[in-house]
Design a protein. Sequence first.
Length: 116
Amino acid sequence: MHRHNCIFCNLEALDLIAENELVFAIRDKFPVKPLHTLIIPKRHATHIFETSVEEREAIHAIALLCRHEIERLDSGVAGFNFGSNIGEAAGQKILHAHVHLIPRRPGDVPPPPARP
């Protein structure tokens, strides 16, 4: 099911960099870091917890492809953040499920340390 007012449901207006039967990938329009990528289910779901097992597997498959392409494009990439904001309180801006694949490079501001 697609929603007319959802920017991620209008695939024709997006510049896809990868896709499979259930999901697609685009570069983030407001990237945290260069090559920041979004992986998005084709079916409208408000957040990742509303996606099916098959959609989550498809997200993972595209994430692997995008990871390899990012590493090919930028040999300075040394790691990734991979996750999803769920709900406005968590920072979700577009209420269509999506996962961020954010390349990290040496010298980036480190994440806060884990606490025991």
